[in-house]
Design a protein around this ligand. Structure first.
Ligand code: CA
Length: 448
């Protein structure tokens, strides 16, 4: 049965060549010897659990902060520790390439899974963004991070009140529309996280993202160049790109996603279901490696070393001195706004005041599907009908829990409930996963 109807999902993603740079990894390397004095992490030191069926996996990543747990698990030897000694970590040219590569699978020169914006694993699972509508069954296995994203604005737009509260800039944005040169804003892939953040932020200020401005897709790595040439005024993406725009004097930060929705769901670790079904123990070993990396990343004293690792040419190719302040929660906002210095507003990977970051809460998957309905990307029947069945099929929180137990994660850090409960966003809107329709009804601006 087709749970999500394709006819509602108008594909606007640019078709991209199925190319990726497969980086032959330093698989199997022991943890960095310069870090041997660090005894504070990880907390999960046990290497228990059944032996993996394979030692191989090919995992894709996009060079933004969300990828850190995958990169750190590789570089610090956490995948190898759990028996995954032949993991390849593969930089993807853009989200379209990642999608194409997971559709091909590692057998065809692609990838088995990796880092995803939401709800991409669901859209791939349902054949809504794949070639020829091919359904490629996927499993969501862990959340990679919260926060660490933002909305950057070009310098030409300074002094217009463009900030977290967009009601102050509404008249200006509408005047641009009247003049025939509407505000142009970009995200890295349509109908997923960065598209949702910029839409939520605008709509909360009374601006309709579909009719009052122009929204376009731009790969993360091209954002600085596009902002420089004036081909767009706003941009929503993962760190370090928005902050590079500030650092290079090209623009300023209007909002951090940590301000829009503190401890919001961000990107996820998901894999092809055929890999997981054939290799459940190897999958759990990968999850354990990611969990250990997430714990390591959340030790503030490790962040300078994290910046050094991520800065390498094979990963972000951005100087560590640019990455480090953001990793420590320092954000220079620009345009007269106060600087933010708060580690709790940085990208977090393992735990937050809202509980586990790593655990894939099904209630958060439901928010992404509900927001997809809000903007007309998925039919209303998605949440009225089969959303729960779909989420139960795709979200494998059961594997996360098994991996956590095998890794010796304390019981207190293993959520027993698949719901994180009621969510509150910066404009006061409430998302109760028990009643997504009430959330939709409460929103003034929507496409339905
Ligand atoms: Ca992101």
């Amino acid at each position: 049965m087709e749970i999500l109807s394709r006819r509602y999902f108008l594909q606007t993603a640019a078709v991209t060549a199925a190319t990726s740079i497969l980086l032959k990894s330093c698989a199997g390397n022991p943890p960095d010897p310069t870090n041997t004095g660090n005894t504070s992490v990880p907390t999960s030191t046990s290497v228990s659990g059944p032996a993996p069926e394979t030692t191989k996996a090919k995992l894709g990543f996009i060079p933004i902060f969300e990828a850190a747990p995958i990169i750190i698990a590789q570089e610090k030897g956490f995948f190898a520790k759990y028996g995954m000694t032949e993991v390849e970590v593969s930089k993807q040219a853009n989200w379209g390439a990642a999608r194409d590569n997971v559709e091909i699978g590692s057998g065809g020169g692609g990838i088995d899974g990796g880092q995803w914006q939401m709800p991409m694993p669901y859209l791939i699972n349902e054949g809504l963004i794949t070639k020829n509508s091919t359904k490629v069954p996927m499993y969501v296995l862990a959340m990679l991070n919260t926060q660490g994203n933002g909305i950057a604005i070009a310098k030409s737009q300074a002094g217009k009140g463009i900030s977290l509260d967009m009601s102050k800039a509404k008249d200006y944005i509408l005047s641009l529309k009247q003049s025939g040169k509407p505000f142009k804003a970009a995200y890295t892939f349509p109908k997923a996280n960065q598209d949702f953040w910029i839409r939520y932020w605008l709509a909360a200020g009374g601006i309709n993202p579909d009719t009052d401005i122009n929204l376009i897709t731009v790969p993360a790595a091209q954002t600085v160049a596009n902002m420089k040439t004036g081909s767009m005024e706003g941009f929503s993406t993962g760190d370090p790109w928005p902050a590079r725009i500030v650092g290079d004097g090209i623009g300023f930060m209007a909002a951090l996603t940590s301000q829009i929705w503190p401890f919001h769901p961000e990107e996820y670790f998901a894999m092809r279901a055929d890999y997981v079904d054939a290799n459940p123990n190897a999958t759990k070993a990968l999850i354990k490696g990611i969990m250990e990396a997430q714990q390591w990343c959340d030790q503030k004293e490790n962040r300078p070393e994290m910046a050094k690792i991520l800065s390498r040419d094979s990963y972000y190719k951005v100087p560590a001195k640019i990455l480090e302040p953001m990793l420590l929660g320092t954000y220079i906002m620009g345009d007269g706004q106060p600087e933010i210095e708060d580690f709790q507003k940085a990208a977090l990977y393992w735990k937050s005041p809202r509980g586990s970051v790593s655990f894939p809460y099904k209630s958060l998957d439901l928010w992404f599907l509900t927001e997809s309905v809000r903007w007309g990307f998925l039919p209303p029947s998605t949440i009225e009908g089969n959303a729960k069945a779909l989420i139960n099929k795709v979200n494998r929180s059961d594997l996360w829990r098994e991996a956590a137990k095998e890794a010796g994660i304390p019981q207190v850090d293993i959520p027993t409930n698949d719901s994180r409960g009621v969510e509150k966003l910066f404009d006061g809107k409430i998302f109760d996963p028990e009643n997504p329709k009430a959330y939709l009804d409460s929103l003034a601006i929507k496409a339905i």
